[in-house]
Ligand binder design. Sequence first.
Ligand SMILES: Cc1cc2nc3c(=O)[nH]c(=O)nc-3n(C[C@H](O)[C@H](O)[C@H](O)COP(=O)(O)OP(=O)(O)OC[C@H]3O[C@@H](n4cnc5c(N)ncnc54)[C@H](O)[C@@H]3O)c2cc1C
Length: 424
Amino acid sequence: MSDAGVTWAGTHRFIAGRLITPRDADEVALAVREAPGRVKALGTRHSFNAIADTDGTLVDTTALAGEPHIDLSDPAHPTVTAPAGMRYGVLGAWLQHRGWALHNTGSLPHISVAGATATGTHGSGARNGCQSTALRKLDFVDGDGEPRTARIGEPQFPALAVGLGAFGIITRVTLGVQPTYDVRQDVYTGMPWEVLLSDTPAILADAYSVSIFTTWDEPTVQQIWRKSGIGLDGTPPEEWHGARRSPESDARLVDGDPDALTPQGGAPGPWIDRLPHFRLTHTPSNGEEIQTEYFVPMEAAGEALASVRALAPQIREHLLVSELRAVAADRLWLSGAYGRDTLAIHFTWARRPDAVRALLPRVEEALAPFDARPHWGKWHAFDAAAIARVHPRVADARAVFEELDPAGRFVNDHLVALGVRAAR
Ligand SMILES: Cc1cc2nc3c(=O)[nH]c(=O)nc-3n(C[C@H](O)[C@H](O)[C@H](O)COP(=O)(O)OP(=O)(O)OC[C@H]3O[C@@H](n4cnc5c(N)ncnc54)[C@H](O)[C@@H]3O)c2cc1C
C-alpha cells in the first residue's frame, strides 16, 4: 500500500501501490514507461469515488511546473496553455492580472484544471458550457509513455475533453480565454417553491450564473446566489420571482464562515473573485461530506425537482444542502450536458456512507424518467448498463480509449464497472 492517502473528503482510500509526483512532461513519460502495470493520473483529489485510483502507480500531476502562456496568434480565438495540474484559482488570478478570463468556474477554485475537465466539472449559467468546453488542446502521455497532442476539431477530441483519465496523463491544457469581466453576487431569499417549480429554466437563465440552494423541505427556497455580469445583466432587482435581495452575505447553508465565501452583497469584482463560491485562500467546509449530482434536461426541470421534493422526508435527515445549477448543452461525448441544456441537481450529504448509499437508488429512481446522468466524480449507484442508457456516446468514447491505450494501462475497476473501459 502506498501513502497515496484518501480523497479530499476522505470518501475513498486509494489502493495504489505507488505514488509519484513528476515535475514535467518528460518525467511523466519516464514514469509511465518505467511503471510496472497500470497507471492513473491524479489531480487535486476532489472526486468522491474511486475514479482516480489504480492498482498500480498514481501519477500526481499537481506539481507539474511551468508558467502559463497566452497565445494571441489567432486574435479571434485567444488561448492560455497551462500545466495540467494547476488549480483554477491560481490560473484565474494569473489570467485576471493580465486582463483575461475563463468563461466560468466551478464552486471551488482549489481544483485542478485537468482533473476538473476530465469529469465534466461545471459551474452555473444557462449559456455557460461545463469547464471542459473551454478546452482547445490537450498534451498528454499515452500508455507507451509517448507524448501526444489532441486538438479541438479532431475526431477523437469529443471523447478526450471529458476523458476521465481513461486514455492518458494530460501534462498541459490549452483553454479558450476572453477579455476579463466583472461580476456581482447578490443573495435572494424567500422565493416560493411553486414559483421555482413553474419557472426554473427562466430563473436559472436570468443572470450570468445562478445557483439555487435548498434543503427541499423549507417553505420558501432557502437562498439563491445570483451572479450578474456587469454590463451584461443589468442591475439586479430588489424583488425577483417573489424573492427579496438580501443586503448581506449569508453563508449559513454552506459553511457557517462568511469569510470562506467570495464577496456577496452586490459589490462588483473580477470574475475569478465572484464566480467560484469559495475563496482560494480558505478551505471550504471541513470535508465531512459526500457529494452526489445528477444532470437532467432543463426542459423537464419542474417535473424533476417535484420528483425529488417528494423524497424530502427521507433525504432531509442526511442532507447538508442541495444546489441547483444550469449547464449549457455541449457535444462532448461523456459530458453530463451532452446534447441537452441541463439542470444539475446536486446534493451535499453528511458523511454517513451507509445512509447515503441506501438513499442513492431512491433518488435515482425518482430521476430515472428524466434520463438523469450522474456526475462522474461524485457518488452514485449507476452500473455500466445504466450509464449506457443515459450516455448515448459511451461506446464511442470507450472505443477511442481502447484505441489510444490498447494495453489497458489507464484502466481501473471503477471505469470498467461503468463501461467506460473494457474489462480484461
Ligand atoms: C468541495 C468540492 C466542490 C466541488 N464543486 C464542484 C462544482 O462546483 N462543480 C462540479 O461539477 N464538480 C464539483 N466538484 C467535483 C470536482 O470538480 C470533480 O470531482 C473533479 O474531477 C475534481 O478534480 P481533481 O483535480 O480533484 O481531480 P481528481 O479527483 O484527482 O481526479 C478526477 C479524474 O480526473 C483524472 N485526472 C486528473 N488529473 C488528470 C490529468 N492530468 N490527466 C488525465 N486525467 C486526469 C483522474 O484520473 C480522475 O479520473 C467538487 C468537489 C468538491 C470536493
